[in-house]
Design a protein around this ligand. Structure first.
Ligand SMILES: Cc1cc2nc3c(=O)[nH]c(=O)nc-3n(C[C@H](O)[C@H](O)[C@H](O)COP(=O)(O)OP(=O)(O)OC[C@H]3O[C@@H](n4cnc5c(N)ncnc54)[C@H](O)[C@@H]3O)c2cc1C
Length: 381
């Protein structure tokens, strides 16, 4: 079975989804409920995909998977979306953090990844701070070695799903304040440890998408270091590639489905009014899809795309905003006045699409990377 080809895998997923269509009816749309309820609603689907084995393919057997190429994970997302279902958000978060822990701490991954794959746990990234976002290398959360553990003090902010998470990949300064990215260490933090306080942040889209994490004399064992002390930048750069790989692949599938649904539901007048916006969204999605598929395959082959990955991020955030702006024209008034569940979901998604050009590196910064590192243009500052 570990030699299962992508077409065989896709056919298996399709027929399983077909057989379970009755049970999965509620997963055809995202829930208009709070983030916390939406995760709970989706967890049954997450668990079903796990128990049937589908979401374990593409992960190594020693980490709770069933083996096979990581590309199978992208094929699963494709089939779930093509069948009209929303891939559980908790499954997309695995695509970002899972590969990094698997590479830098396979022992921790063997311990914790099975629970993440089952949908019993969610993990988060504690990188950004109130004064360190685009300039992440200036972060000030401090970790001081005392015996065989570190004592950590500081604050993180904009932590996606922080209030729902059990574990956090945390960045803290172990070098001098001037050491920038050369003095940062990544830790595997237990969010239930004494001294950790997590507070959800209510966002404009009506959901608690983000959280603040306060660290007050938190003791973390040396064994929780991810990679090497003072070398936390390496796992973070590695992780960023997967946010633009497997995660972006899942996201583009969802955006394609949304735009198709919006077009199918609109009447002729609305389609005429939205034609140009919908066309631009469709073309950007097509470019995103081609690009991200290449990234998924390159990452599966063990390549490191490096700064080129900024192109994927720009296409992803651009496409998401274009889709929802086209949707606003296609479903006139839903954003502002709609009071049904579909309008509530659209409103949540439209406001979220405003945030996507910020997470994982703001669009302005990504354009700088493309200009300077890919095109060789002079530095802007
Ligand atoms: C939805 C969402 C989810 C997120 N999830 C997480 C998470 O899970 N974990 C985590 O650690 N963080 C997360 N973040 C935080 C995100 O990584 C930061 O918001 C981002 O890096 C920008 O940092 P900042 O907010 O401090 O803005 P700043 O860095 O202060 O930037 C403010 C503005 O200045 C511009 N700017 C800054 N520097 C330059 C420059 N050199 N050239 C041109 N323009 C520049 C930026 O583009 C931006 O428009 C998330 C953010 C969002 C919106």
């Amino acid at each position: 079975l570990s030699s299962l080809t992508a077409p065989e895998f896709a056919a298996g997923v399709r027929s399983w989804l077909d057989d379970h269509a009755g049970e999965l009816h509620g997963n055809r749309h995202r829930s208009p409920a709070s983030l916390e309820h939406a995760f709970a609603d989706e967890s049954r689907f997450h668990r079903m995909l796990h128990d049937a084995g589908w979401s374990r393919w593409g992960w190594p057997e020693e980490l709770g998977g069933l083996g096979g190429s990581p590309v199978l994970r992208a094929v699963l997302h494709e089939e779930v979306t093509a069948a009209g279902y929303a891939v559980p958000e908790s499954m997309l978060t695995i695509e970002v953090i899972g590969p990094t822990i698997a590479k830098y701490r396979p022992d921790l991954a063997a311990l914790h990844l099975p629970a993440f794959l089952r949908g019993d746990e969610i993990w988060c990234q504690g990188f950004s701070e109130p004064d360190a976002g685009s300039d992440l290398a200036s972060l000030r959360t401090r970790a001081i070695l005392q015996g065989d553990s570190f004592r950590i003090n500081g604050q993180k902010v904009w932590t996606s799903y922080g209030q729902l998470s059990r574990w956090c990949v945390l960045l803290a300064r172990t070098g001098t304040p001037e050491s920038r990215h050369r003095g940062i260490t990544a830790f595997w933090l237990d969010l239930q440890a004494p001294g950790v306080t997590v507070r959800p942040i209510a966002c404009a889209n009506g959901r608690n998408e983000l959280a603040e994490v306060f660290l007050d004399d938190v003791v973390v064992p040396s064994a929780a270091v991810i990679g090497e002390v003072d070398r936390g930048w390496d796992p973070v750069m590695y992780l960023m590639q997967f946010e633009r790989g497997g995660f972006a692949w899942g996201r583009q599938g969802w955006l394609h489905a949304r735009l198709s649904d919006l077009l199918a539901a609109a009447n002729g007048d609305r389609i005429a009014a939205a034609a140009s916006a919908a066309g631009e969204a469709w073309l950007t999605l097509a470019a995103l899809r081609e690009r991200v598929w290449q990234t998924v395959v390159r990452l599966a082959d063990g390549e490191s795309p490096g700064p080129e990955i900024s192109v994927d991020k720009l296409l992803l955030s651009g496409a998401e905003q274009l889709v929802y702006d086209a949707g606003r024209l296609l479903d006139d008034g839903a954003l502002e006045f709609g009071d049904d569940d579909a309008s509530a979901v659209f409103r949540t998604d439209w406001f979220f699409s405003r945030m996507v050009s910020v997470y994982g590196g703001a669009a302005e910064v990504q354009r700088d990377i493309v200009a300077e590192r890919l095109m060789g243009l002079p530095r802007s500052r």
